[in-house]
Design a protein around this ligand. Structure first.
Ligand code: VAH
Length: 299
């Protein structure tokens, strides 16, 4: 049985049906949209895990980069205390833990292009700092208490669910704007590439990593990406379908966050250890997202 925290977030919203299809509805325990699973409440987490007989936790509850910068103290409480509770319970209850990290753990000391899996981590956001903590604490619990901790350094995620307050959210919101108004004002500069991943590939990555035989894993934290693009190249891909679409770029404080991150990451260890192979590139993702956005807006 799998407990999913952060089940109402951007990834959780699409991960739940994906997992239900594969393991059955009764084997997914989540805090539905109407109740709130507070990951700072260790006793409640423990009660849920024991009552439902969970043997796996997919821990998604996190404040992302933009929301995090607005409230660093709360971000540390939810992100750091949350993973600490999950890992302590995992050690006690022998749970497998999958908790995503982010390419936001990389900062000025990491190469910008094809950032290696083992590059230096010196993030400039509280979100990135909290995810370095997730990675290091998860690795510690794996070595010290034999907790089966696994993590993906997620790039910007593009999907049909509402984005969750991150610096890459423009790549989600642009599609609805393109279909409804034919215009989008982007908060990042037109030429700034960022690593991205389409949701179907993201869900497959989660599933394939949690299913991978532990002996195949040479590490517990893996870079992944499906593509790398700038607002300008995304706009050109949209214009192939909507020729009159207009992108206007008005960079704001989020530019500095985005510039501290990699342009692209090297995911060769994920490919070697557990068969990672994304199916969606910029063109295919754009076509799929526009189709979904048109259907959503009744066109
Ligand atoms: C964010 N979408 O923008 C998240 C993600 C790499 C980006 O971590 O904060």
């Amino acid at each position: 049985k799998i407990l999913v925290t952060g089940a109402c977030g951007q990834v959780g919203t699409e991960l739940l049906p994906y997992l239900r299809e594969r393991v059955g509805v009764d084997n997914i325990i989540d805090a539905g949209p109407f109740e709130f699973l507070d990951v700072r409440d260790k006793d409640n987490l423990s009660r849920i895990i024991i009552e439902h007989g969970c043997n796996r936790v997919i821990h998604l509850a996190t404040l992302l980069s933009v929301v995090g910068e607005k409230n660093p103290a709360l971000t540390l409480k939810i992100n750091n205390n949350g993973i600490q509770n999950i890992l302590e319970l995992a050690a006690q209850q022998k749970l497998q833990v999958m908790s995503p990290s982010t390419i936001a753990v990389f900062g000025p000391n990491a190469p910008k292009e094809n950032t290696p899996n083992d590059a230096a981590m010196n993030p400039s956001t509280i979100y990135g700092i909290s995810k370095v903590h997730t990675e290091l604490l998860g690795s510690y619990y794996r070595e010290r208490f034999n907790v089966d901790f696994r993590s993906l350094r997620l790039p910007g995620i593009i999907g049909k669910a509402k984005a969750g307050g991150g610096t890459t959210d423009y790549a989600v919101d642009i599609f609805q704007a393109a279909v409804l108004s034919g215009k989008y004002t982007c908060f990042l500069p037109a030429d700034l590439d960022l690593p991205m991943l389409y949701m179907p590939d993201c869900l497959d990555a989660f599933w394939n990593l949690i299913q991978a035989p532990r002996k195949h894993l040479t590490r517990c934290v893996y870079n992944v990406q499906g593509m790398s693009f700038s607002p300008h190249s995304l706009s050109s891909a949209i214009q192939k379908h909507l020729p009159h679409f207009q992108l206007v770029c008005k960079p704001d404080f989020r530019e500095a966050i985005a510039r501290s991150w990699p342009r692209s990451v090297d995911d060769s260890f994920a490919r070697a250890d557990w068969g990672w192979k994304p199916k969606y590139d910029l063109q295919r993702m754009t076509q799929d997202m526009l189709k979904a956005s048109k259907a959503f807006s009744g066109q």
